[in-house]
Design a protein around this ligand. Structure first.
Ligand SMILES: O=C(O)Cc1cc(O)ccc1O
Ligand SMILES: [Fe+2]
Length: 454
């Protein structure tokens, strides 16, 4: 879209030739901090002072509140933003259903929940002309989007920008994990760029569209139907560590204004599992100023401050939690987002890779780059694995053999970046995911020999 992306008041010029998305992504300015009451205006004076809804908002803008939590949720967890926009969001025609493509939503009923260990290769190349939305492909999930509980795991592959179309998800927030190719996200709040190794979060209901910084893009999405992701409590770790709040970056305001009717935009709305569309006579990315804490953000996973043992034993991976979506039971997450970032292993008299285990929580894992220290082969960047509630898993045979004989010198694990969506409910896979499984995944645990000498 040739929309005029205006210069933000913070002094960061974003004049650009259409299509020069890489340059735009490199020069982006951000606001720092997780959960802050941020504010930003693309035109000086656009943000009202001292009140949210003056009788007439500045510069002839419309004031509009976007609530991501109920009005009455505790202040510490309340999420809402005020948007000052050229047209109110209410000015739109009726939405009508369109095909859901390869997108699926909870409740997942295409198959019964399966106790087997499952693994997938990366998605194939997308068909020509596939944009990010069309390239969303659901692997599975749990809960019920209409009850605002649970989550879905999606993969995406794309080779075209979203042109003249915008997406918003009423069902949940979207945690986007690029694995190949960078993304430029144009949102109601401004622009964000996310390359592999970074993650982007689009809050529930926020309109955005995705352009590509490379020829193709591939990655993962956790659609979280539950409470918005927040930083985990740190307990005895102290006041710092894991993902530091200031490393989360929100966009500065930037808006599109093509004039009414000049360039129609298709707005696709995901609502209770179905896609609905309406054609607007203007871009809904027309927010000139905003303030609040229901905002998109990006985070560079390499900024994660990794904690681990400096004595013995392999700590549980909860120590690697980047973001958590709590459920109504304290300590029991609807979903945790966990990263396995480069780190040193120094444990003495310790089997250092992930241990053999069975877990009441269900674990979907993906790989952004390199390899993962529990799997010698077969777990590929862009691929994934699912170890559902109580399924027995852990190091494959080759990893077990190596690690139980390794000399325990300090060892730097820096050849990969893996992550996990860990959820309190079993993940049911879609039929398309069931038809795309790696064969014989169970065999990675064959040949673990009997050593018992008692
Ligand atoms: O299964 C996995 O690889 C994830 C995982 C990693 C770890 O370090 C400990 C437990 C666990 O489930
Ligand atoms: Fe596990």
């Amino acid at each position: 879209m040739s929309g005029d992306v205006r210069k933000p008041a913070e002094g960061h010029v974003r004049k650009h030739a259409e299509g020069d998305v890489r340059k735009q992504a490199e020069g982006l300015a951000y606001l720092s901090g997780f959960g802050n009451e941020h504010h930003s205006e693309a035109v000086p004076g656009a943000l009202p002072i001292g009140r949210n809804a003056p009788q007439r908002a500045p510069l002839g803008l419309y004031a509009e509140q976007l609530s991501g939590t109920a009005f009455t949720e505790p202040r510490a967890h309340n999420r809402r933003s005020w948007l000052y926009r050229i047209r109110p969001s209410a000015a739109h025609p009726e939405f009508t259903r369109v095909d859901n493509g390869t997108l699926r939503t909870a409740p997942f009923t295409e198959a019964v929940p399966d106790p087997n260990r499952r693994r997938w290769n990366p998605l194939p190349e997308p068909a020509p002309g596939t944009d990010w939305l069309a390239g969303l492909w659901t692997l599975g999930g749990n809960g019920d989007a209409t009850q605002r509980t649970g989550m879905a795991v999606h993969l995406y592959h794309a080779n075209s920008p979203m042109t003249d179309r915008v997406f918003s998800d009423a069902d949940g927030e979207l945690l986007i994990v690029p694995e190949h190719g960078g993304l430029l996200l144009r949102s109601e709040f401004g622009l964000l760029a996310a390359a592999p190794g970074e993650v982007a979060l689009i809050p529930r209901g926020v309109r955005f569209r995705v352009e590509l910084l490379d020829e193709t893009a591939r990655g993962y999405v956790c659609e979280n139907y539950g409470a918005p992701f927040r930083l985990p409590d740190l307990g005895p770790i102290g006041a710092n560590g894991l993902a530091n709040a200031r490393d989360f970056r929100a966009p500065v305001a930037a808006y599109e204004d093509d004039g009414d009717g000049a360039r129609p935009v298709e707005v696709v709305n995901k609502f209770c599992g179905n896609l609905w569309t309406a054609t607007y006579d203007h871009s809904p990315l027309d927010v000139v100023a905003w303030h609040g804490n229901h905002v998109p953000y990006v985070y560079d996973l390499r900024r994660f401050n990794v904690m681990g043992t400096i004595s013995y034993d392999h700590p549980d991976p909860s120590i690697f939690t980047v973001l958590t979506s709590p459920s109504d039971t304290p300590g029991l997450a609807g979903v945790d987002f966990v990263v396995f970032a480069p780190r040193w292993l120094v444990g003495e008299d310790t089997f250092r890779p992930p241990y053999f285990h069975r877990n009441v929580m269900s674990e979907y894992m993906g790989l952004i780059e390199g390899a993962y220290d529990a799997k010698a082969s077969g777990f590929l960047p862009g691929g994934g694995s699912l170890h559902n509630m109580m399924s027995a898993h852990g190091p494959d045979r080759e990893t077990y053999d190596k690690a139980s004989a390794a000399e325990l010198v300090p060892q730097r694990v820096d050849d990969g970046l893996a992550f996990m969506f860990e959820t309190r409910w079993p993940v049911t896979v879609t039929s398309q995911a069931a038809g795309h499984l790696q064969r014989a995944y169970d065999d990675v645990w064959l040949g673990l020999e009997r050593h018992f000498s008692g």
